[in-house]
Ligand binder design. Structure first.
Ligand code: ATP
Ligand code: MG
Length: 412
């Protein structure tokens, strides 16, 4: 299906439009694709614009002076612009297991969806994708993508959205839906489950019911995903500005027990009393909305502070207790030591800040970070946030306590 007039052309990044134009002038197909098209259709500001083209990487390379080809396995072209802007140009690809006859047409109202067809998949079969994609046709490129809302092309020259997967319908319905059978698509790449959570939370979209069931059924597969990718998705959820919604959905679907059992167990035990954790994440989202994105160590500390403090309570050496609390998690996700140590410092000083004993912490290099976490913590506990929490330049050291001079007893 082709739809015209859905996108205001002037909202497309001028540099991305230039790249498309040059590719098309040279006889290639070139479309905007993925998150940029989705966000424009949803009326949101796109983070970046990716381009899909029939040109091979070396042909793209030859057309642009400011271009480098990256990727050892699958080669992509990056066209570089001033200010560090990168437009990613990828050749249309297909899943090498999909042959043309194995594509199904599904009628959905007035729309026709293409879906990858996999007839004989049994429950036990290992579907994890370990191979590289092959070059393909536009419709094949749409089919290998994760969600229908991410599988749309925008043909700038003709001002048409090209929809092979029913994505326009789902944008209109504000629904995240996998392209094809969700259970299969999640088994092929379990990170897609976390991406579904991310898009639902960040873009405030609904979940296709069949996909919701598959998220629950397939939750254990997330433990098979590569740990650094999972860790990166956790960070993305924390940075999304919708971390509260995202982690609530993870908890609700049981995914959190697979990914972060230390937090899930804490929440499960508290039940309705778990407000503190959620309020802390809401405060994180407020910082992000204010354009003050906390760094990764602060984000992770905010996520884990409640269960960590419970674990550390009454321990003689809180720092050591924190280490033992995060040990499993840090190993599981290969959390860099730098971040892990930073989290320990930030969490360890929270009690002191709560007790108002700032003292010489104000001169330490980590003061700003720990103050920010303290601000989030105050939100979480319903306490007044000190004005220096998000801007330590406003911290005023209290004057040193006056020494009371003992008066000499008057001679009698
Ligand atoms: P964001 O706004 O977060 O960047 P995005 O949709 O652009 O969202 P990217 O991670 O930048 O997400 O990926 C670009 C596109 O690549 C997606 O829109 C989707 O079409 C495809 N894609 C990314 N990851 C996967 C995956 N795991 N499986 C299938 N397709 C994927
Ligand atoms: Mg993107």
């Amino acid at each position: 299906m082709r739809y015209s007039g859905l996108i205001a052309k002037e909202r497309v990044d001028a540099d991305a439009a230039k790249v498309v134009k040059r590719l098309v002038r040279s006889g290639h197909l070139a479309y905007l694709v993925g998150g940029g098209v989705r966000d424009l259709l949803l009326g949101q500001k796109p983070k970046d614009f990716d381009i899909a083209t029939s040109a091979r990487p070396h042909e793209v390379r030859a057309l642009f002076r400011n271009c480098r080809v990256i990727g050892r396995r699958f080669r992509l072209a990056h066209v570089l612009f001033s200010g560090g802007k990168i437009i990613e140009v990828a050749t249309f690809r297909r899943d090498p297991r999909d042959d043309d006859p194995a594509i199904d047409h599904v009628e959905d109202g007035d729309t026709m969806r293409l879906v990858p067809q996999r007839r004989h998949v049994d429950e036990q079969q290992d579907l994890l994708i370990r191979h590289d994609n092959a070059f393909g046709e536009p419709h094949e490129d749409a089919l290998r993508r994760d969600f229908t809302i991410n599988g749309l092309f925008y043909d700038l020259e003709r001002d048409e959205v090209i929809d092979y997967v029913g994505g326009v319908l789902d944008v209109r319905a504000h629904t995240v839906r996998t392209i094809g059978d969700p259970a299969i698509r999640f088994r092929e790449d379990p990170i897609r489950i976390l991406r579904a959570v991310k898009f639902c939370a960040r873009l405030d979209l609904g979940i296709d019911p069949e996909m919701y069931d598959a998220m629950i059924d397939q939750r254990q597969t997330v433990s098979r995903a590569s740990p650094p990718r999972t860790f990166e998705e956790i960070l993305r959820l924390l940075r999304s500005g919708a971390s509260h919604r995202a982690f609530y959905l993870l908890w609700d679907t049981g995914l959190l027990s697979v990914m972060l059992p230390e937090l899930a167990a804490y929440l499960d035990d508290l039940g309705d009393q778990s407000d503190e954790v959620w309020r802390r994440l809401m405060a994180v989202d407020e910082r992000v909305a204010a354009g003050d994105l906390p760094n990764d160590a602060i984000l992770l500390a905010a996520l884990l502070q409640s269960p960590a403090e419970e674990y550390m309570e009454g321990e003689k050496d809180p720092a050591l207790a924190f280490d033992s609390f995060v040990e499993d998690l840090a190993q599981r996700f290969t959390v860099p030591r730098r971040i892990r140590e930073r989290m320990r410092i930030l969490v360890s000083v929270q009690k002191r800040l709560r007790d108002g004993k700032v003292g010489n912490l104000a001169r330490r290099e980590f003061f700003a970070d720990s103050a920010l976490l303290h601000g989030l913590d105050c939100h979480a506990r319903g306490l007044t946030v000190p004005e220096w929490a998000y801007d330590v330049s406003r911290y005023v050291e209290p004057p040193p306590a006056k020494k009371i001079k003992r008066e000499k007893p008057a001679p009698t």
